[in-house]
Ligand binder design. Sequence first.
Ligand code: G3H
Ligand code: 13P
Ligand code: NA
Ligand code: ZN
Length: 325
Amino acid sequence: GLVNTREMFKKAVAGGYAIPAFNFNTMEQMQAIVMAAVETKSPVIMQVSRGARNYANPTILRYMAEGAVEYAKELGCPNPEIVLHLDHGDSFETCKSCIDMGFSSVMIDGSSLPYEENIALTKKVVEYAHQYDVTVEAELGVLAGVEDEVVAEESHYTKPEEVIDFATRTGCDSLAISIGTSHGAYKFTPDQCTRDPKTGKLVPPPLAFEILHEIEEKLPGFPIVLHGSSSVPQDCVDTINEFGGKLPDAVGIPEEQLREASKSAVCKINIDSDSRLAMTAAIRKYLAENPSHFDPRQYLTPAREAMKQMYIHKIVDVLGSNDKL
Ligand code: G3H
Ligand code: 13P
Ligand code: NA
Ligand code: ZN
């Protein structure tokens, strides 16, 4: 069945790699995630946001994740390690409902609350979740960008001086931190970036690795999570723009920095936007080249394949979670 993140994170921190946390809303995303994880022998976290639950229905998503485990076995992986995780849980009630439904991991995102309220809420979720062996991700610090339709006006980095107190008092199993990543396909405005003199492409500001390292010193071996870690592949953006889309100046986190982060206590890296971009690029291209086709299976087949290749690339070339099953 589904597993929680406890052993997975312990091994990832010790082994210097990160587990991919891919968001899913559709059957094709689920299938692509499972195919990629099986082919690379990688553990994987399948996560659902509030938007995903509204779009697809929580019960359907829960059974899709259980189906994912069976599908992985059918594809030849006898012992798949698949987590079904609630992404950005907004209240105790949401977390409880997912735990009661069979999720193996939840996030309670109290990062927008005052510090003491974040602690109280997180602690309450931890106390409930641990009775069912469900692991809990918490968050300290505020990311920039759009998250579940909420735009953070001002981001601020996680304060390293708070993390020991927070982790100890809440009992959370992992901690999402803010070191400069952000949600969505527009992580930085052009004026926050520099331009590569040769290519003219936007170069985003580097992540605050010094803050990550301070946090690692305070909480040795404690599992750290990075949200907002899509790299917004330029080839996807170019394909989308070539075939009728309009995504000017979309920019993500350079993969080199995620590769570096994966070697640290960062053991979960969240990727959603890159899947959306891969899917949309493939569909736009397919429909532009095959204007008479109208069977969704025709354009969703290359879309699913594009997502699968993107997931494999992240696992093998960026996070290093391959060959761990
Ligand atoms: O937190 C952001 C995730 O990418 C989920 O996005 O709320 O649009 O499903 P969503
Ligand atoms: P991206 O928008 O960078 O893919 O981030 C996804 C995320 O953090 C989901 O919680
Ligand atoms: Na790591
Ligand atoms: Zn997130």
